[in-house]
Design a binder for this molecule. Sequence first.
Ligand code: ADP
Length: 755
Amino acid sequence: MYAFVLAVLYFTIVGLFAISMFCLSKWGGRLQTYLFFNCVSHLVYNCAYVLILHAKNQDTYVTALKIGYLGRVWVGLAMTLFVAELCGKHFPRIVKISAGVVNVVVYLFILNLEKTKLYYKQMEFVMNGDFPTLPHSGGLLYYFFTILNLFYAYACMHLIIAAFVREKNKTAKKRNLLVLIALTSMCLSYIIYFFKLIPLARIFDVMIIAYAICTAMMLISIIKYKMLDASSAAKNYAVDELSEGIVVVDADDHVSYCNNPALRMFPQLAENDPSYVKTHKLLDDFEFAILSGEPVKSNGRIYTPRSKQLLEDGVRVGTLYSLSDDSDHYRYMEELREQKRIADQANRAKSRFLANMSHEIRTPINAVLGFNEMIARECDKVASTGEPVSPAAKEALGNIGTYSENIGGAGNNLLSIINSILDLSKIEAGKMDLTEDAYLLKTLLKDITGMTRFRAEEKGLAFVTEVEETLPGTLYGDMVRIRQVLTNVLTNSVKYTDKGTVWLTVRAKETKPYQEGQMLTLSFTIRDTGIGIREEDMQRLFGSFERLEMKRNSTIEGTGLGLAISHQLVSMMGGTIEAQSEYGTGSTFTIHLPQKIVKCDPIGNFSAKAEKAEKNEPYHASFTAPDAKILAVDDTKLNLKLIKALLRDTELSIDTADGGREALSLCAQNAYDLILMDQRMPNMDGTETMKQIRVQEGGQNHETPVVCMTADAIIGSRERYLEEGFDDYLSKPIKAAELEQMLIKHMRDLCHIRG
Ligand code: ADP
């Protein structure tokens, strides 16, 4: 028997030594550390037990026992730490340190067991056959140490059984089973040893056999199931190398794991006190941040936490928080916000400036163009009477007509520059809206060809139009914007062509038969024999404020906005605009625009009609309305005079008021069919006056349409005025034709329209 026990001991020692070496060779993770700690504590006890078995008296026995306890006091703790690590559980550092201190204290008492009698109350050396024994009765510390070891045994069993049950991986499950067998043998042998359940337990420490079983199991685990495989160490290493912080809490919200980056982000996690994190509300901060979408700040850095519930069989066993360092992102966002704020401020200032500039310039142009129109009408009138005038008067009249034309040309040019700038800022602010309606294709083409032919002939250029006769006559779209685009491109062709021809071809991409309600792609091709565009300039062609070949074109008027606006407008209408050019030979612009067909009646032979429409017809009012009475309100007396002059031939009865108060008093006395209201007026502005008219006590104009007249052609003006309660909106400078159309629209029953 003695020889058997010794053989077991030697086997265990060799085995433990091998495992220790193995641990050292695979050093790196906590699992290896704890296993090594475990082996060394067993090894010390086993080696000392060899000495015990050779003891011949009490002194040598006790001395060997004391050496053995140097290892044995650590066996329970080392085993528990190892099993916990194997099961993925971690004890807080404070618990480990406390357990270590207890062990050291116990060992100090064991070292002095003869004197203190706290561990062994009584002991006596007895040789039992070959076995030296030391029957004893336990002291207080002995029972405490026994209970502590039983607790460790319970903790280990609990952890390994739970891990065994939940483990899905087959290899890991088998490995856990081996550890479970080893632990069960340890626990059983401990109980047998403590209660001396078998006779052998009286002559030697039966735990020696359990240690041997344990060692064998560990060896199998390591060799067969790769317990110390580098992958777990690699996993730990990889998690520590992540740029993200990882914090794992258990079901009670106690931190059970955090990687190195998490510790660097939140050093308070290193305190490792399970309650610490709770008291410092770090987890609450994480949760709040996740719910509110706000980040968490620590040491001047900004982190975004995300959480994932850890479930086992549908039951929450903990939460994993991942923390990403988004400081740079937030700083960048902050800078962007600041830049945006500055840009918005500048943009608002620009809009304010444009609104004021537009108002300031449009108001005088209103008068200039309006009265210029009156000069032209007067000249026409005198010329058309046919009454004889002196040659000098005739010449003067002719000159006046020419000057008036020049004023009109320059004024309209100035107006179109302002309109271009306003259009571009509208488009840039995303406030440009399309106003779509049914329109006659003929009217659109008449407008643009009339104007182009006039300009082309002035320069001695030929203007040739070719319109597919079968094109549907009535389409649906924004005619005003299409006209703007075509006018821009046609004007350019005339501007940048010195001799030769400008062609306008209008076709449809689709072929007949057309159907009402269907879409049609109108294709406009504008070709010229002009100066052409250099290849390297082509990509700048549609950019804002881009004028090409400035030196060569310095005498040609332009802002470099026309094509930029045209390009944007065409895109808004769902179409395309393209340019092809040969430098020195000419350019071709092609515009495709999708439009809805309202009526399929073909447009017919357009060119011939255009020829006829060319003659410059003298002015005739488009309607007469002798029974209608309107009120015009404006603080600028000149404008009131102009309105009266422009509408003279319509036979309308027109009252005028130079402010809100006068307008109200007139509204109390008269019922008007329409009120034209200036917006910017001192004391009471147009909106205020309009609102008071609507609710005026004893007033006769509660329902009368009120049309707002303003020089504010800035972004969103029209929408704003309609929202405020005006019935319509007229932008200054007021054009006679537009004004007449507006009056017809709101007083159709009273107007006799001229054919
Ligand atoms: P601009 O008001 O200067 O005409 P646009 O935006 O309409 O501005 O045109 C931009 C530039 O493109 C012009 O300055 C001119 O150099 C060039 N360009 C436009 N159309 C033509 C054309 N038909 N022939 C030659 N050059 C053209």
